[in-house]
Design a protein. Sequence first.
Length: 586
Amino acid sequence: MQSIKLFMRLTTYINVNWRLTSLAYLCTILSLSLNLAQPYLFSYLIDEVLIGGHREKLAFILSLSASFALGSVLLTIIRAGLFRYLGIRHMLGLRDVLLAHIRKIPMAEIEKNGAGKFSSLLGWDTASMGNFLNHIVVEMITQWFTMLFAIAMIFYMDVRLGWITLASIPVLLAIPRLFIKPMKKYAAGVRSHNEEVGTYLYESIQGSKEIRAYGLEGWERQRNQSMYKNLVSVSTKETLYRVISGQTGTFAFSLILIAVYSLGSGQVLSGALSVGMLVAAVQYLNNALQPIQVMNHFFGEMQQSEVAMNRIEQFLETPVEKAARETAMGVPFPGESSEISCTELNVSYEGTHILKGVDITVQPGQVAAFVGQSGSGKSTLFKSLVGFMETESGTIRIRNLPQEQLSRNELTKHMAILFQDSYLFSGTLYDNIAIGRLDATEEDVKEAARLANLQPLLDSMPNGLQTVVDHQGFQLSGGQRQRIAIARALLKRPNILILDEPTSALDRETEEQVMHTIKQSMKGKTLLISTHRLDIIRNADIIYVMDQGIVLDSGTHDQLIGRCRKYAALVAGQEHEQERMLEKIG
């Protein structure tokens, strides 16, 4: 069965507790055995006590039956607790595996697909696999054991009834297979449409400001209704095929039951079978064939689980970034400071050539500025340097080591990158700074906050560094969030610091203070900056001018201003903007 094969392949990724799993199944089988013995006990009661008149046997039979029932109840409670515990542990373990893989795949994949897809993967798909492992598989094994035990008992009581029961099984098993293709098709459709709806609803929440600002409520409803229409259609068809499959099996089961009553009645009338045995045989027939009905009912759920497991397996086969591959040997990062160089670096994404033959060299201790209009490739270059973007060709070397030899741990241990929009996590201001270096002391965190000019913010907060921030720092301004991110980066004390428009939300005075602090903290270390601010550009040791993914020229400010038209135009534009702002202030 495809589902079982998929499941067995995926168990290699999760730590299945086979000892507790075996104990849970043992409790299941013992509980079933005690339950399945009951019909035979009652047939004995009918024949020996009610018909045979042996009243002295009544108390023994009822006591034995009660003991079996109590034992079954206790075993079922233990079984339920074990499977619930295992289900949660296995589901959370699988989520950890998937989350760890998310941390290894290229950042471009995450940014392209958005949070919705991965939320569905971690939520819907892991829950479906957990349901398969600790519910569907358990039920399937339970029903197969019940069926085999019951068939054996029917053969023991009457061979002809046994053969009728045995012949009925292939018929009932074949019924859901008649609908397997449409059920699998529509189960996949339901999963796909649910993911699409989840992604768009996530976008609707994230884009609430734009939707309100542009009056897009009607557009939002129309878009959602279109998605819901497809989901409703596919979901309805999937349910209909599942119900048709189940009801067809129910009708076939009714016909088989009529045939058994007909033959069994003749056996009783001829004296070949006792009344008690016929009652027990019918009960065992139900125990033999009802599991097939239950399995047919689970057939639709199995298709959904198979779709989920397929998606999990496909995701786990997604290629990981270079720093996470086995070829990344984890070579120790040499030296206290490091140079960075790129040679003929080409980066493409989905057919778009973003970086084209980029050559740069930043010496240890240098401040390198990267300038150019939006879309010139600065951010892509920075992402490539830290391994967030896959390179098509060319080389990146850090302290004369090829980047692919450095593991993610080595890269993050000695390098830090600060984005224009840095993420703030749920927790306190202290927590959000402290994640820059988890072994930092409280004094280290306070010093980083001071260096990032956060003291005015902390003085205005009711609990200072222990103030809890809302979702993504909602109550903070853009500049305040940037300063928290800067404090986080300074706390890390990296050998290489990459700043991608780090002060775009800061006022001029605060920007000067923060940049002065950053340069002082990074003295003797390597600093790469992407910025439009003229003062920062002017004082850099080396400036790279980029345009449409190409490095047009490089040099100091004085060298470039006289020979590079693009740079001169950028500087002139900045100077004009500064003059205009000064006039407005004046």
